[in-house]
Design a protein around this ligand. Structure first.
Ligand code: 2HG
Ligand code: ZN
Length: 454
């Protein structure tokens, strides 16, 4: 085969699973934001690891680039092809690889295919009396392979760590079709390099993840959720520390601002507080009698503007979880979305600079910031920014982040959007090692070209 040959791909997965009609492939070629629609010759939908292996061998022989796609909920353009791609490209969708294995309640783990959704994994874990440590608003679409490939975080990183920390084993297909499989429930296994850990966060550039063995935890105890009005981020950090000192376990701590709350309330969410403080922080905590304990801790800390409800308190969570979609629907242009990490001591300073920048920039720019504040992870959304101004504005915001020793990507990855930042925030030797790793796994540069590296 030379170049793109749909018949060879169809021989592997069946003709029904090689989609070439541009109208049909559009939803796979377009990212969640709708900002970019890339070019691809086909979307292929394998069912098994063997099929992925055969597909990669075909594509390798023919020089066809492969863009791996899970739930396509990424926000940095990492799971869609480039708009300007000149060579042949296929999107390999894992949407048919949805098997969830039996939960092992002795070893406390579950093996799933890459296309199983986060919600599938959560349900399987809960049905077996276990708990999966990852949760995020896109749980019904985001997939196991996708959250590993991006090392996704979500709302419980403060408690359980990011996705990498939940990965016990992995099955992945190399660009040449060989399969790397580390699939042991052992918590301790110091034999050589941590390849599953390396694939976590590799953004589809090293191998195609086909299966994941996730660690599970004990079921959570009772939870309570508070929404608390605050004027500074420093105060938020004080309160999180107070909740911990009070003997509760912090399961989540999410910052919202008045601007974001106003949007989601206007879109129908039930407001939690009567006043309109600058920040509202959602703290979820577990403990023996968490609602009472949380109320006591907050009162002792001098909080007079808060509601506390027994978990799961879905209405309170809805205020936070409706942010992304409401922002998308409320902005005159596709919002600028920047996922940044800021040291705790710098959060107030950074937010003040961001407000100043948005006011001074000389074109429409409505900032809405929210995020996983206990991780120092802020989602900076800038609404109504004219298309021609977006790149320059994003650059200026990320400069503020870097000046404060922050991260230009706390949990969403680099994708296509932030690749010019890689050599800015990682030094020369570091980038050289990353490039050498890329060459070792994918010598022809066939997997997700244009993602991660400038
Ligand atoms: C979240 O925390 C996601 O809800 C999306 O990471 C963040 O929309 C965003 O900016
Ligand atoms: Zn997030």
């Amino acid at each position: 085969m030379s170049g793109f040959a749909p018949d060879e791909l169809a021989a592997v997965v069946g003709a029904a699973h090689v989609l070439t009609d541009p109208d049909v492939t559009e939803r796979y070629r377009t990212d969640w934001t709708g900002r970019r629609t890339g070019r691809a010759d086909a979307v292929v939908r394998p069912r098994t690891t063997d099929e992925v292996s055969a597909l990669l061998r075909c594509c390798g022989r023919a020089g066809v680039a492969v863009v791996v796609q899970g739930g396509n909920t990424g926000l940095v353009g990492g799971s869609v092809p480039a708009v300007e791609a000149d060579g042949p490209v296929v999107i390999l969708s894992t949407e048919r690889m949805t098997e969830v294995g039996a939960v092992d309640t002795v070893e406390m783990c579950v093996g799933v295919q890459a296309g199983a959704t986060v919600a599938d994994v959560q349900r399987a874990a809960a049905a077996a009396g276990c708990h999966f440590g990852i949760d995020l608003a896109s749980r019904d679409s985001a997939t196991a392979g996708g959250i590993v490939a991006t090392n996704a975080g979500g709302v419980h990183v403060v408690r359980h760590g990011s996705t990498r920390a939940q990965v016990l084993g992995i099955e992945a297909v190399l660009a040449d079709g060989r399969v790397v499989r580390r699939w042991s429930p052992l918590r301790k296994d110091n034999v050589g390099y941590d390849l599953p850990g390396l694939l976590a966060g590799s953004e589809g550039t090293l191998a195609v993840i086909t299966g994941v063995l996730f660690a599970l935890g004990e079921p959570r105890g009772a939870t309570a959720v508070a929404i608390i009005g605050c004027d500074t981020a420093d105060r938020v950090f004080e309160l999180v520390a107070a909740v911990r000192r009070g003997g509760l376990t912090v399961e989540a701590a999410e910052l919202m601002t008045a601007a974001g709350i106003d949007l989601v309330v206007a879109a129908g969410a039930r407001p939690a507080l009567r006043s309109g403080p600058r920040f509202q922080v959602l703290i979820e905590a577990s403990g023996a009698d968490p609602a009472d304990e949380l109320a006591t801790v907050l009162a002792a800390a001098g909080v007079d503007d808060a509601v506390v409800e027994a978990g799961p308190a879905r209405d309170l969570w809805a205020l936070r979880e409706r942010h992304t979609e409401t922002i998308a629907a409320s902005s005159a242009t596709v919002p600028v979305k920047l996922d940044v990490g800021i040291p705790h001591r710098d959060v107030d300073g950074f937010l003040a600079e961001l407000e100043q920048l948005s006011a001074d920039v000389g074109h429409p720019c409505r900032p809405v910031v929210f995020g996983h504040v206990a991780d120092g992870n802020l989602h900076v959304n800038l609404l109504d920014v004219p298309d021609g101004e977006q790149a320059a504005l994003a650059h200026r915001v990320l400069e503020l982040v870097v000046a404060r020793g922050g991260s230009v990507s706390a949990e969403h990855g680099i994708g296509r959007d932030k690749r010019e930042w890689l050599p800015v925030v990682r030094d020369g030797a570091d980038v050289d090692v990353m490039r050498a790793i890329k060459r070792a796994w994918d010598p022809a540069g066939q997997l997700n070209p244009g993602v991660l590296f400038p």
